[in-house]
Design a protein around this ligand. Structure first.
Ligand SMILES: *Cc1c(COP(=O)(O)O)cnc(C)c1O
Length: 390
């Protein structure tokens, strides 16, 4: 199997080489305050798999031997029996990606980016993030022996800042939002160079995240689920989830792409608004307890919007209260303690399930562990006790 980049907008193809991030032609059309233009996707050529016992790494554009020795992925997919009974939803399963080495799904992207850097002898990786992409790159980079420079908002949950420092990253705390941190990161990259792991901008971040879909498919016994609920900020996880199922269809392993439901916070819902109105408008200041999906201009906005339109996906918007209630319910009824951004996916399921056949195979993708943000979890408990009192 061989791999190439193809522009998700104009179809122009490029070799997968360091320095190649976006399509020259479409990136030139970039407007300020809008999602990234010219995002590249990886196309698999020469399409059949060698054996039935394929490994998810066989479907990635870097040879296996370059991946660092750290156990990313192969996270459990399981049925929360008590919760299923309580809800009367026998077909509900959880994919717990908080059990990745650094506690979030972001490890899937960092893993591929680290392998790519080693393959090409690149020493330094630079990334801006709300917290998880940065702490993930720091941890996976530590396993790979790479130098990692991070731009994080100073307001990021302390757990994410502390873990980044433990992993030995060069941490730049930025006063202001994630969008400010991104600007500082871009300035550094253009002056000093290094490999960008910025989500959406580096196409390998989308490609790396697709492995979650490949695993879901296999864990369901080589079957496509009916629905996948995905918490969405920049839209890169949703893009990766789509890409994984599209690859399975292209390889003749699956016959369809599931219904993907992107769940956004009320205070950060650019993609949901764009799906409704057909276009992205001026950014609105982001405000939500779910820090990992708090985004003003979603990096993969155009990419994910096009996927949602092509596959008739949906968006659901949930309030902070619904997110916090979903966090407590998952923890107390399933024993699964996740961060607010991850709980958003479950909140989205709770608000949508009246319209879903109870027997449908529904995957709620849980993207990060609750231990990353203890202060947020405490606030959620306070919110719960106020909600209960008259
Ligand atoms: C990054 C992240 C998301 C959202 O992913 P996007 O690619 O920004 O849409 C959701 N949950 C958690 C825990 C994350 O870290």
């Amino acid at each position: 199997m061989t791999f190439r980049y193809r522009c998700s907008e104009c179809g122009l193809e490029y070799e997968i080489l360091p320095g190649r991030l976006r399509c020259d032609r479409c990136a030139a059309l970039q407007q300020p305050d809008r999602p990234l233009r010219g995002i590249l996707e990886v196309v698999l050529e020469g399409g059949t798999l060698p054996t039935k016992a394929w490994h998810t790494l066989d479907l990635l554009p870097v040879e296996r031997r370059w991946f660092p020795a750290i156990p990313v992925g192969e996270t459990p997919l399981w049925r929360p029996e008590r919760l299923c009974d309580e809800l009367g939803s026998p077909g509900l399963v959880l994919k717990d990606d908080g059990l990745n080495p650094t506690g979030s799904l972001k490890d899937r992207a960092s893993y591929l980016v680290a392998a790519f850097a080693r393959r090409h002898g690149i020493r330094r990786i630079v990334v801006a993030s709300t917290g998880n992409a940065g702490s993930s790159m720091a941890g996976i980079g530590a396993a790979a022996g790479l130098e990692v420079r991070l731009y994080l908002p100073a307001s990021a949950p302390r757990g994410k800042l502390v873990q980044s420092l433990q992993y030995g990253a060069d941490l730049q705390k930025i006063d202001g939002s994630y969008d400010r941190a991104s600007a500082a990161c871009r300035a550094f990259l253009s002056e000093h160079g290094g490999l960008s792991r910025n989500t959406g901008e580096n196409p390998l971040t989308i490609e790396g995240k697709k492995t979650v879909s490949l695993e879901i498919f296999r864990q369901l016994g080589d079957r496509t689920p009916d629905y996948v609920f995905v918490s969405t900020g920049d839209g890169v996880i949703a893009a990766g989830v789509y890409k994984g199922f599209e690859d399975l269809v292209a390889l003749g392993l699956a016959d369809r792409v599931p219904q993907i439901v992107c769940v956004q916070a009320e205070g950060s819902s650019a993609i949901a608004r764009a799906l409704e109105h057909g276009e992205f408008t001026d950014p609105v200041a982001a405000d939500t307890v779910a820090d990992s999906i708090s985004v003003e201009v979603p990096a993969a906005g155009y990419f994910t919007l096009a996927r949602l339109q092509r596959h008739r996906g949906r968006c659901v918007v949930v309030s902070d209260r619904e997110i916090q209630a979903a966090q407590r319910r998952l923890a107390s009824a399933a024993g699964c303690f996740v961060e607010p951004a991850a709980a958003a996916a479950f909140a989205g399921y709770l608000t949508s399930r009246a319209a879903i056949d109870p027997a449908a195979r529904v995957v709620v993708l849980l993207t990060g562990t609750g231990l990353k943000d203890i202060d947020g979890a405490l606030r959620s408990l306070d919110e719960g006790s106020t909600a209960k009192s008259p």
